[in-house]
Design a protein around this ligand. Sequence first.
Ligand SMILES: Nc1nc2c(c(=O)[nH]1)N[C@H]1C(S)=C(S)[C@@H](COP(=O)(O)O)O[C@H]1N2
Ligand SMILES: [Mo]
Length: 201
Amino acid sequence: MSFFDRNRKALIADGIDPARLPPGQYRTDRWPVLHEGPVQQVDLATWTLRVWGAVEQEIRLSHADLVALGEVDLTTDLHCVTKWSRFDTVWRGVPIAKVLEQAGLKPNATHTLQHAPYAYSTNLPLADLLRPTSLIATSVDGGAIPDEHGGPIRTLVPHLYFWKSAKWLTGIQVLDHDVPGYWEVRGYHDYGDPFLEQRYR
Ligand SMILES: Nc1nc2c(c(=O)[nH]1)N[C@H]1C(S)=C(S)[C@@H](COP(=O)(O)O)O[C@H]1N2
Ligand SMILES: [Mo]
């Protein structure tokens, strides 16, 4: 029996619904660190989130502005395209929909690009960021998000492969057409649904 088969069997033994594990993935209790470039050290006191593009007005939110929009709690599974999945991670954050509401979406808004330092970006249809589970995350596992995991503030889009969740988020660009991001121009799938194994295009 392969490592993957044994890993899936262990889920059942642990009383976990194996349907939560997407095809080709294995569950790990570890949390690998993956990113391009150096770990960023972001100062919350000076951090701002810029929202621009196909919006009624460009906005810049401070950490206090962001938190004032209202945080929600979410326990969810993470799925990385490199095949690890981590179950039941506990997050807190502000729904991205609330942030976009502040800027006001133009009728022609259809797509988005998240931006982060070191030229990282990732694209998604607007509808995916508007899901109530798509968060600008401010906390994980009951504490601050560690720098190496994209803290203090990162995106969490848990229904897609984890490269669609920008660490050290600095901006959200709203677009009227699709523009592939950092990994997407390097061959990753445009959308990245783990349950459909949309790893590469
Ligand atoms: N800014 C930035 N965000 C990023 C990346 C990156 O290189 N830079 N890598 C992505 C990838 S490929 C993954 S799997 C997750 C990893 O997050 P983690 O290190 O917290 O596990 O971050 C995503 N967000
Ligand atoms: Mo990844």
